[in-house]
Write a protein that binds this ligand. Structure first.
Ligand code: SAH
Length: 252
């Protein structure tokens, strides 16, 4: 097959619900010959004739990316899948890291990044609008950065009074990291600041829980949870159909 007909699309599958996959991503999945990704995400793609599913383990992003680039260079139509958005703590950057380090001819490939609904926005929409004013997003995993850098960014974000969205809050490999995060947040933001735990958003296991920081416990989060901490302006509006967590548009 000619190397010029292949392409690679790095696509976001959204937070879980098929209704939250964009038509652009669905079209790429239909045109693909090969799907590459972390096994639980590849499992979301229905099998069909002419489509090969390449499921890989977690933490092998660079190998996975190089494999996808190699197949596209050989003329295959490859979709690399991520959950949520592929540009948010996911495969798009890994593919570009592999591209930069790889053979020169990979740079001639047709490569597109197809956005998806990231967990932070899906969680925020379910709760109300906690990210309605300035906010930041921090990955709490220390796989790819040293822990002291995470603590520094946390403190500075709290000092700047951002609302904060936390990905990868907790894993078995890091049982104490998130406890430390809660301690730092309580020191910096006080016990009354609302914190949202949004688990498995848009799936049948979805669970939302808003508590004041003083009542937050580390075991309220796991690896399927998005954690959002309000700014000093974030409000909780109680009502019979469930509270609304939102941050007004203006400050100062
Ligand atoms: N690229 C993904 C994020 C990958 S990091 C995105 O844009 O959403 C994985 C982390 O995302 C998880 O640890 C969790 O914090 C969050 N996450 C992914 N899907 C989620 C969902 N459906 N509900 C809540 N959090 C989710």
């Amino acid at each position: 097959m000619s190397g010029t007909t292949g392409w690679i699309a790095i696509a976001g599958l959204g937070p879980g619900d098929a209704a939250l996959i964009t038509p652009e991503v669905s079209a790429a999945l239909e045109a693909a010959t090969d799907i590459v990704g972390y096994a639980p995400y590849v499992a979301r793609i229905p099998e069909r004739e002419g489509l090969t599913l390449h499921a890989s383990d977690n933490r092998v992003e660079l190998e996975r990316a190089a494999h996808a680039l190699t197949m596209a260079a050989a003329g295959q139509r490859v979709v690399v899948v991520s959950s949520g958005d592929p540009g948010v703590f996911a495969m798009a950057a890994a593919v570009f890291e592999a591209l930069e380090q790889g053979p020169r001819d990979w740079r001639d490939l047709d490569i597109r990044v197809l956005p998806g609904i990231t967990a932070m926005l899906a969680a925020s929409a379910r709760a109300g609008a906690p990210l309605g004013h300035d906010f930041c997003a921090i990955n709490l995993s220390d796989n790819l950065k040293p822990w002291p850098l995470i603590e520094r960014r946390l403190r500075l974000a709290a000092e700047a009074d951002f609302a904060m969205a936390f990905y990868n809050p907790r894993s078995k490999a890091r049982p104490h990291g998130f406890e430390r995060v809660l301690e730092i947040l309580r020191e910096a933001c006080g016990p009354d600041r609302p914190i949202l735990f949004a688990r498995a958003v848009s799936t049948p296991q979805e669970q939302l829980n808003v508590v004041p920081l003083g009542k937050a416990r580390a075991d309220m989060a796991d690896m399927r949870t998005m954690v959002i901490v309000g700014s000093s302006l974030t409000r909780l509006v109680e009502r019979p159909r469930g509270a609304i967590l939102y941050t007004p548009r203006s400050a100062g």
